[in-house]
Design a binder for this molecule. Structure first.
Ligand SMILES: Nc1nc2c(ncn2[C@@H]2O[C@H](COP(=O)(O)OP(=O)(O)O)[C@@H](O)[C@H]2O)c(=O)[nH]1
Ligand SMILES: [Mg+2]
Length: 294
């Protein structure tokens, strides 16, 4: 019996993450692909992903019905007041790291904010209740900023995140929450697109070229708080074939980024989704979770 028990996964304390990014950054696709986690490689460090609540079950349904049928996703409703936004909870189990015997299990909840918040942080007024969003954000355990890697709106994001820092600062200080221990994962989505893919091994160069102002804002943020900021690439749709090409039927492009649907659902294999989540939770940058298959 001891033998059996010793193999039970070790539970990490729960995580509660907020995903913030402009409209169409791929936030819903990120969550749906995570929940669906299709065609995993046999040697992936991840053991399993299970929906933990009803909302997460809906994500799987979104993934199945919408992505696999090649339909585009409906935008996240913008009229939400921020209090009633759904929380999606997943149970993620990962295989033992080197020299460890047991799997590790993480129960992680997410809330995805309407993309309108980015413009509102820059002085817009889309009608969302930004105060509610920000109050909710201030109780999260970590922040995942999701940016379409193909977008060209660096200065907008820089401005929005600078304001976000000020707003959260106020709330954290009044709650006596530690600023130092906070982590911000900045994730560039749609990294299967050529203009991001060519930089996949050189994040620094990519950020300096495409998002210098955002980088500067986040540098100031991390200095001011003494907190950690880290950068990641991901793709909810991934690559297909050999030689690999983006598994995406692109429908439109503009300065906001790339819009499209999955090209071949049967070989759908996202990449880069787990690395920011585990980093946000543990502060450890796991190279294996960052690996991009070519
Ligand atoms: N190329 C590409 N397109 C994506 C990816 N993820 C989402 N999209 C597309 O980006 C658009 C917006 O996605 P969605 O998840 O609704 O964005 P949200 O508004 O941030 O929730 C849709 O056209 C998606 O099909 C991805 O990994 N690669
Ligand atoms: Mg959405």
């Amino acid at each position: 019996m001891t033998h059996v028990f010793s193999r039970l996964p070790r539970d990490l304390p729960g995580a509660d993450i907020r995903i913030i990014g402009p409209r169409s950054a791929g936030k819903t696709a990120f969550l749906a692909s995570l929940a669906r986690w299709s065609n995993a490689r046999f040697d992936t460090p991840i053991q399993s992903v299970h929906p933990f609540d009803e909302n997460a079950g809906k994500l799987v349904a979104i993934a199945n019905d919408i992505l696999e049928n090649g339909l585009a996703m409906a935008p996240t409703r913008a009229d939400e007041d921020g209090n009633t936004l759904p929380r999606y909870t997943l149970l993620i189990e990962r295989k033992p790291a080197l020299f460890q015997k047991r799997n590790i299990r993480l129960q992680v909840s997410f809330r995805e904010y309407a993309g309108e918040i980015i413009r509102d942080l820059c002085g817009g007024s889309s009608g969302i209740n930004m105060r509610n969003y920000l109050d909710d954000c201030a109780i999260s355990s970590g922040l995942l900023l999701l940016i379409d890697g193909t977008s060209r709106e660096d200065s907008l994001y820089a401005q929005a995140f600078a304001r976000l820092q000020l707003e959260l600062n106020e709330r954290f200080v009044s709650r006596n929450k530690s600023l130092k221990s906070y982590r911000i994962a900045t994730v560039f989505s749609k990294a299967e697109q050529a203009q991001v893919w060519i930089h996949r091994h050189d994040m620094k160069k990519f950020v300096n070229l495409r998002f210098p102002q955002t980088k500067e804002t986040l540098k100031i943020w991390s200095k001011t708080w003494g907190c950690s900021v880290n950068y990641f690439f991901c793709s909810s749709f991934g690559m297909k074939g050999n030689p690999p090409s983006p598994n995406v039927k692109v429908q439109a492009r503009d300065s906001g980024g790339t819009y499209g649907v999955i090209a071949n659902p049967s070989v759908w294999r996202p990449f880069g989704l787990f690395a920011p989540i585990f980093w946000l939770h543990t502060g450890k940058d796991d190279r294996r979770l960052r690996e991009i298959e070519e």
